[in-house]
Design a protein around this ligand. Structure first.
Ligand SMILES: Cc1cc2nc3c(=O)[nH]c(=O)nc-3n(C[C@H](O)[C@H](O)[C@H](O)COP(=O)(O)O)c2cc1C
Length: 213
């Protein structure tokens, strides 16, 4: 399995939401996905109960159906355009994200694979501790999976827009909706080139305080 040999800090600071640079022409082996998942499953989870489930979709016909659900979740109009107003925001950065999100939609039906991680139960209406335990027992593993992809020259996007179509996707994939919550939707493909930069974030001093709020 070819690895890029990035340092931990490089992997942590350059694992981006990749949309335009996903190479949908290059197949991704199950072996590679399973290697990344094997690493991801080392993430912490409540009481080490391993109650997560992981669905990889690599059947082209099912991927095309999921791509249709993604489009529906994005609220795209029949001609493929986004209804106004812009649902993200009004800055240049927001506009770039939206453009990139559209670029993804256009090639989603050709994606080599898609990951849908599942956590047991439904968070709807539960208290904060229950929710914290539920989400906290899976998000680290999902992020580890994305980091493992990055080190192997692949990319993904953490997408939650599909939760708007969670029932429809559950039906397509035979997921018992009342028993499992879809954590998100993660396209998987090799990236075009492997150079990625640090992204803009608010600086530490703007978001950190010591010994109190
Ligand atoms: C919880 C969460 C939900 C997201 N949902 C979507 C989504 O539905 N569609 C999408 O294209 N990107 C989605 N993203 C990706 C973000 O837009 C992206 O991470 C952000 O713009 C920062 O870019 P970067 O990850 O490359 O630094 C999501 C990211 C997170 C963490």
């Amino acid at each position: 399995m070819t690895k890029l040999g990035l340092s931990v800090d490089e992997v942590l600071s350059t694992t981006r939401a990749v949309r335009k640079r996903l190479d949908v022409t290059r197949p991704v082996s199950r072996e590679l996905i399973e290697e990344c998942l094997d690493l991801a499953l080392q993430a912490p989870n409540g009481s080490n109960r391993n109650t997560w489930r992981w669905i990889i979709v690599d059947d082209p016909a099912m991927i095309a159906k999921l791509a249709d659900e993604y489009k529906a979740a994005m609220g795209l109009l029949n001609d493929g355009t986004m209804p106004t107003p812009n649902p993200i925001g009004t800055s240049d950065r927001d506009a770039r994200i939206l453009e990139s999100a559209h670029a993804l939609v256009e090639k989603l039906d050709k994606m080599p694979a898609i990951l849908i991680p599942l956590m047991p139960g439904r968070p709807d209406g539960t208290d904060a501790i229950t929710q914290a335990s539920m989400w906290g027992s899976i998000v680290q593993a999902v992020w580890s999976f994305m980091l493992a992809l990055r080190e192997r020259g692949l990319g993904s996007i953490w997408a939650t827009v599909t939760s708007r179509r969670e029932k429809e996707i559950a039906e397509l994939l035979g997921i018992p909706f009342e028993e499992y919550t879809q954590v998100g939707f993660f396209p998987i493909a090799y990236t075009e080139g492997t150079q990625f930069k640090k992204a803009w974030r608010k600086p530490v001093e703007d978001v950190l305080s010591y010994n109190g709020f």
